[in-house]
Design a protein around this ligand. Structure first.
Ligand code: NIG
Ligand code: FE
Length: 410
């Protein structure tokens, strides 16, 4: 028997099994061919470490978790919106800025002006910042192009980033993010463009793993989202939705009706919406960064999600408007402090439930045999420290698919 790696003297937060955090003290983990081949208490290893693996690493009691999963970002975009940040600080609301033609549409203008190379160059440090914190899987949405060429360019830029950086990437087509200025007087014609031109091109070129929309008073109506989702399903693409962020338009229930992977934001989701999500297996992706930046007061119905068995994920929502956020661990902290998640729920939210929100729960998100060897090594006393401290930078090693991204000091 010869595994590529065997890690010994480590403590594992597997997020599998019945123990809190799926914890295994005095654990060991074997890695072969980019996958986890053995995981459990060290005293059950099937032989002496030196006979089991080519590389035996003594982790000196450090904690190991699955690589982190950021399941909702808009990190490819042109320009920035720091001036709007200043406006909001002077009391102008996010919705008012959008109505005045700013907001998402100011990023659209800058994104249309950027070529693919410029989009990649601007996004690279943002993605790198997430990786530096322990993230091994990221989702990136389009949605700042709102014309066929720019939407496709954003998705290509995202795909290119995953060739350059050690990250597993999922792309999401978000053509239904906002109405571009040229369609302001005929919004339904823009929905036609999304359904009849953009979606078939995106599907043809294999550029997106899922389709998203923004269902809100300042964006798309439930009827318009239904049209987009209907087309996406015809093309065989799974859906997800920015739902019930600023008001309750029944977005979560709509997403559930289409078997959505996730409904995201969900601050205003009703009991019925949460029930429908539970029945459909739709993940609630909570985005406390946007909640914090927009100084929202309505918290998502976390108790209803618990009661109806809705898995909860947490993500950065990294975007230039509502969530200039580059720390997923900060979201875990905010998930606890702002939304009253338990630390274990918060950590499941950035590992296994984040994976489920991307339809990747069979491949990543827990420490179990057969899963991709995406592993983060931490200098912490206990997993709760990952949520308890803000800005601590506790990552000391990172492996993705069985290759080192950051080698720990051994
Ligand atoms: O997830 N809610 C809509 N979309 C983004 C915001 C995008 C923006 O303001 O640029 C979000 O918060
Ligand atoms: Fe978003």
């Amino acid at each position: 028997m010869s595994w590529d790696f065997l890690w010994t003297d480590c403590r594992l937060a597997t997020f599998a099994g019945d123990q809190p955090y799926g914890a295994i003290e005095d654990g060991a983990i074997g890695i072969e061919g980019g996958r986890i081949t053995w995981v459990g208490p060290a005293d059950r290893l099937p032989g002496p470490p030196s006979e089991l693996a080519t590389n035996v690493c003594d982790l000196k009691g450090r904690w190991v978790t699955p690589g982190l999963v950021d399941c909702h970002t808009h990190l490819v975009f042109g320009g920035d919106r720091s001036l709007e940040f200043e406006q909001r600080l002077q009391g102008v609301s996010y919705e008012e800025i959008a109505r005045r033609g700013g907001g998402i549409n100011s990023s659209v203008k800058a994104t249309r002006e950027a070529d693919e190379h410029e989009l990649v160059a601007a996004a690279r440090p943002r993605l790198q910042a997430l990786i530096n914190e322990g993230v091994t899987t990221v989702e990136i949405k389009s949605g700042y192009g709102l014309d066929t060429d720019t939407e496709l360019r954003m998705l290509r830029a995202a795909r290119r980033l995953s060739e350059e950086l050690p990250i597993t990437l999922r792309t999401t087509f978000l053509g239904a993010h906002a109405f571009p200025p040229e369609f302001r007087d005929d919004p339904d014609a823009y929905v036609d463009l999304v359904c009849d031109h953009m979606l078939p091109r995106v599907a043809d070129e294999g550029l997106a793993d899922a389709v998203d929309g923004f269902c809100e008073g300042i964006a798309f109506s439930p009827d318009q989202i239904e049209r987009v989702f209907g087309r996406a399903r015809e093309l065989g693409l799974p859906v997800k939705l920015h739902a019930d962020q600023l008001s309750d338009l029944g977005g979560a229930a709509l997403a559930a009706r289409f078997g959505a992977l996730s409904a995201d934001h969900v601050e205003y989701t009703s009991e019925e919406g949460a029930l429908a999500m539970g029945e459909a297996g739709t993940v609630a992706v909570l985005l406390p960064g946007a909640f914090y930046v927009l100084r929202e007061t309505q918290v998502p119905p976390v108790d209803a999600f618990r009661r109806f068995g809705v898995p909860m994920a947490l993500a950065t929502d990294c975007n230039p408007g509502s969530a200039p956020v580059l720390s997923l661990l900060a979201m875990a902290s905010m998930g606890c402090n702002l939304f009253r998640l338990t630390p274990e729920e918060a950590l499941r939210g950035i590992t296994c439930n984040g994976a489920a929100a991307l339809g990747l729960d069979e491949q990543i998100g827990t420490l179990e045999v057969g899963k991709q060897a995406d592993l983060a090594i931490w200098d912490i006393r206990h997993p709760v420290d990952l949520c308890y401290w803000l800005g601590a930078r506790p990552l000391t090693g990172l492996m993705r698919g069985g290759s080192w991204v950051q080698k720990p000091p051994l």
